[in-house]
Design a protein around this ligand. Structure first.
Ligand code: C5P
Length: 233
């Protein structure tokens, strides 16, 4: 059975919970995502804990942003953990992104373009004037030109980003909610099927799976729905 193109966000309060969620979902999904909170609390060991004995891909969402030499050092430091993906902020610039890509050649550097938490007023106040989508497209092209093999964007932006960067870049989209699920603090959401249809390759899904009474069953349900829409039951 093909694993679903889902990265389950392991936003857990403690390591035991994260490891338990990972054990439950890895039979169904390709990837688990470790974010800043878990990584800063438990350090690099968190990766081995969530990977366990499985071959699940690890998405290390550390959103690096610093001078190129520092980001290169950080990317080199985590590359020994063999993450499939490592995030950096595209606004760190081309040299920084290139430094990360060269320092971690076996990891896909995933560039975050514009945080979806920023409204257009916020963008203007930090000097990014104009429509957010223009900045997203510009930063996407810059990041890919500098060696990023993946981009993080909203499902609403995926089609425009795909048109900008072509077919070979992995598009990763958070803000995904199965139909009828609670949106929590996500303002603009798409269903898993809509996100894939708009060009996403890997869907970041957290609470609809991890807050379910049975995270394994929730992951299996979404995976089955995606297989039905892609016609490969
Ligand atoms: O629980 P939920 O599905 O909302 O989790 C989404 C995950 O994706 C969280 O780990 C969140 O930090 C991350 N994320 C996001 N929106 C972005 C970038 C990352 O929701 N623009």
């Amino acid at each position: 059975m093909n694993l679903a193109p889902i990265a389950v966000a392991l936003d857990a309060p403690d390591l035991e919970t994260a490891a338990r969620w990972a054990t439950l979902v890895t039979p169904h999904v390709s990837t688990v995502k470790v974010g800043l909170e878990l990584y800063l609390r438990y350090g690099p060991d968190v990766v081995a804990s969530v990977r366990g004995a499985t071959g699940v891909q690890v998405f290390l969402d550390l959103k690096l942003h610093d001078i190129p030499a520092t980001v290169a050092g950080a990317a080199r430091a985590v590359s020994r953990l063999k993450p499939a993906y490592l995030t950096v902020h595209a606004v760190g610039g081309a040299s920084m992104i290139r430094a990360a890509a060269e320092a971690a050649p076996n990891t896909k550097i995933a560039a975050v373009t514009v945080l979806t938490s920023l409204a257009e007023d916020d963008l203007t106040s930090i000097g990014l004037s104009g429509p957010a989508l223009d900045a997203v497209r510009r930063l996407s092209a810059l990041a890919v030109g500098a060696g990023a093999q993946a981009l993080v964007c909203s499902p609403m932006e995926a089609a425009a980003v795909r048109a900008e960067v072509g077919p070979d870049v992995t598009l990763i989209t958070p803000g995904v909610r199965p139909r009828g699920a609670a949106t929590q603090d996500q303002a603009r959401v798409a269903t898993p099927e809509e996100a894939l249809a708009s060009g996403a390759d890997l869907l970041v899904i957290g609470r609809p799976i991890t807050a379910a009474p049975d995270p394994g069953a929730a992951a299996a349900d979404i995976a089955a729905a995606l297989r039905r829409t892609s016609g490969s039951v």
